[in-house]
Design a protein around this ligand. Structure first.
Ligand code: HEC
Length: 202
């Protein structure tokens, strides 16, 4: 038979355990999840992650195709990785970036000039999963589906990010709050420094 004190203690333990459980559910929201056939699941709550930039009509070729409309892209990173980057200037294992393309709109409500963001046109994800991918990082492109196949490592995504991105295949040179941190921690890639004409560190 349990005494009243023992019953109360048991209740307290159960309560604490269930609170912990809820916390771990929220925390694990930004860990990577794959389907049985190795597709990456789209992180549900990436919109609550850390916002890094909004690019507008960015294009990587001088004679890029005209799309007939303007585009924004928003970049988000999972909060755990962001905190590590702030402290070290490097991305930890399981870092996840989401690049969300949105169609630019001009006329709507009271807006007369300039552009605001409309519908999602596409979502791309860049993840660091060191055990899973030989090159550590991998790219995924999402259409309307909630999961996506790995983009083959022969795709231009890998070579452009590898040769032109400022930190560990990520375009930190375009993320204004992060570039000063990478510079102060000395983690800017030598190839990028050469590209912009500053002498490499060391
Ligand atoms: C010619 C160069 C180039 C190619 C090819 C390219 N990207 Fe990028 N990517 C960029 C640039 C520049 C940015 C920064 C965008 C910004 O500042 O808004 C970027 C940013 C990203 C990001 C945000 C995280 C990060 O790594 O900085 C993702 C995700 C991404 N690209 C996915 C892809 C995918 C998927 C492909 C292939 C289908 C691809 N990219 C091909 C240049 C490229």
């Amino acid at each position: 038979m349990m005494t009243t004190a023992q019953t109360v203690l048991l209740l307290v333990v159960v309560l604490i355990a269930s609170t912990d459980f809820h916390q771990s559910v929220t925390e694990s929201d930004s860990t990577l999840q794959y389907t049985a056939d190795a597709q990456l699941k789209l992180p549900d709550h990436y919109r609550e992650w850390v916002y890094l930039t909004a690019g507008f009509d960015m294009s990587y070729s001088p004679n890029a195709m005209e799309m007939g409309h303007h585009m924004f892209d928003n970049v988000f990173v999972n909060p755990e990785a962001y905190r590590v980057f702030i402290a070290t200037g490097t991305w930890p294992d399981k870092t996840t970036f989401v690049l969300e393309g949105r169609r630019a709109e001009g006329k709507g409500s009271i807006n007369q000039k300039g552009n605001y963001q409309g519908a999602v046109m596409g979502i791309e994800v860049h993840v660091k999963d060191e055990k899973r991918f030989p090159g550590k990082w991998a790219f995924f492109g999402f259409g309307d589906a909630k999961s996506a196949k790995l983009i083959p490592t022969t795709a231009a995504c890998y070579s452009c990010h590898e040769s032109h991105a400022a930190v560990d295949t990520t375009f930190v040179q375009f993320y204004p709050t992060l570039l000063p941190i990478a510079k102060s921690k000395g983690t800017v890639a030598a190839a990028y420094q050469k590209e912009i004409g500053t002498p490499a560190q060391n």
